[in-house]
Design a protein around this ligand. Structure first.
Ligand code: SF4
Length: 357
């Protein structure tokens, strides 16, 4: 078992990644970065959903120029995603970016690496080395014949060495692959080999449905091993969905504790209410409530309170009249049409009580 707190602590804007058990949720915008209005709007939506670090692509001068203005309108650290072009890194740094994702081995002559490292040092900006199974250096691929976890580790160590030789240690590393077992093994080797914080991701995971499953399998395995300091769920979907999935995943492992957990039954022939739509409505309602409350939504009253004994608050449906229960005890009967609204009120009361303690 690895301990995520045993990593080096690296500051990114006003958050510290690594050195603790915190795992931060990250996402990436889908807008043209140069379109400041659209990019800010998307980041604000991500913030609202619980995103704690946002990454933007910086693929041209206009994107690098937009960083200052974007930064002024958002509230979370901003990361510039840069491939090859050290000038864009320098420009992003000058414009106030909080972290740069660039692989030092890919930006050419050593003078360029030195310039970027010098600028990062002056402003206290970390560098994320992003190893990706699809873009490992050619000599490593030739050695192994295809992308391997060992090859990915060698790639990471190659980039790390370049930075360490320049006395630069504010490093975060990712070891992304679309192949889940490969990513798990690469991250495991990384956690064994160095103590820089790890940014987790299963790259190109797929659509909302399949990508969620792949990400949960890969990132969940790693989180359960104590590996990972930031996570990004990569989906071919609205990035807000990425944040929601990451949030749920961290909740599952108890890494996020101030959030509502929803328990809902799978339904069966005993069902008396439209449980599926009720569960969806309650899930949406509790999404942004920051309190460790367990809410239960059950389809019938037969096993209701018993099945949700550990829930703080819950309902069990019944034709005409349902039950509201707290800590496994029925507290009152409620007309069917008022079940959800009464449950929401009770959730609010518990959340307020939590806020006040
Ligand atoms: Fe079936 Fe009722 Fe259990 Fe839901 S709570 S699975 S409807 S017995």
């Amino acid at each position: 078992m690895y301990q995520r707190k045993d990593t080096r602590a690296v500051r990114v804007g006003d958050v510290t990644i690594g050195g603790s058990d915190r795992v931060f949720i990250q996402s990436m915008t889908t807008t043209k970065t140069a379109d400041v209005k659209a990019t800010v709007a998307e980041i604000l939506r991500l913030e609202e959903a619980g995103c704690e670090i946002a990454r933007v692509t910086v693929n041209n001068d206009e994107a690098a120029d937009a960083i200052r203005s974007i930064k002024a309108q958002i509230h979370i650290p901003l990361v510039a995603d840069i491939h090859f072009d050290h000038r864009l890194a320098l420009k992003s740094i000058a414009n106030g970016i909080d972290k740069v994702r660039i692989n030092p081995g890919n930006i050419g002559h050593r003078d360029r690496v030195e310039e970027v490292v010098k600028a990062c040092k002056e402003r206290g900006i970390p560098i994320r080395i992003g190893v990706n199974s699809g873009s490992i250096e050619r000599h490593i691929i030739e050695k192994y014949g295809y992308p391997t976890a060992q090859g990915m580790l060698e790639s990471a160590l190659h980039h790390i060495k370049i930075l360490e030789e320049l006395d630069f240690y504010d490093i975060i590393v990712s070891m992304k692959a679309s192949d889940v077992p490969l990513a798990i093994e690469a991250y495991r080797l990384a956690a064994e080999s160095f103590d820089y914080p790890l940014h987790l991701g299963i790259t190109e995971a797929g659509t909302l449905f399949s990508g969620t499953i792949k990400s949960a399998a890969g990132l969940g395995t790693l989180l359960s091993m104590g590996i990972g300091n930031t996570v990004r769920v990569s989906l071919s979907a609205d990035p807000v969905e990425e944040v929601k999935v990451a949030h749920e995943l961290l909740k599952t492992f108890g890494i996020i504790s101030n959030a509502v957990t929803l328990v809902s039954c799978p339904t069966c022939g005993r069902i008396d209410i439209d449980l599926i739509s009720i569960a969806n409505e309650v899930e949406a309602y509790v999404q942004n409530i920051k309190a460790p409350i367990k809410v239960s939504v059950l389809g019938c009253a037969v096993n209701g309170p018993g099945e949700a004994r550990e829930a703080d608050i819950g309902i069990a449906g019944a034709r005409g009249e349902g039950l509201l229960f707290r800590y496994g005890e029925v507290i009152r009967k409620i007309p069917e049409q008022d079940l959800v609204s009464e449950l929401k009120k009770e959730i609010d009361i518990l959340a307020k009580r939590y806020e006040e303690t």
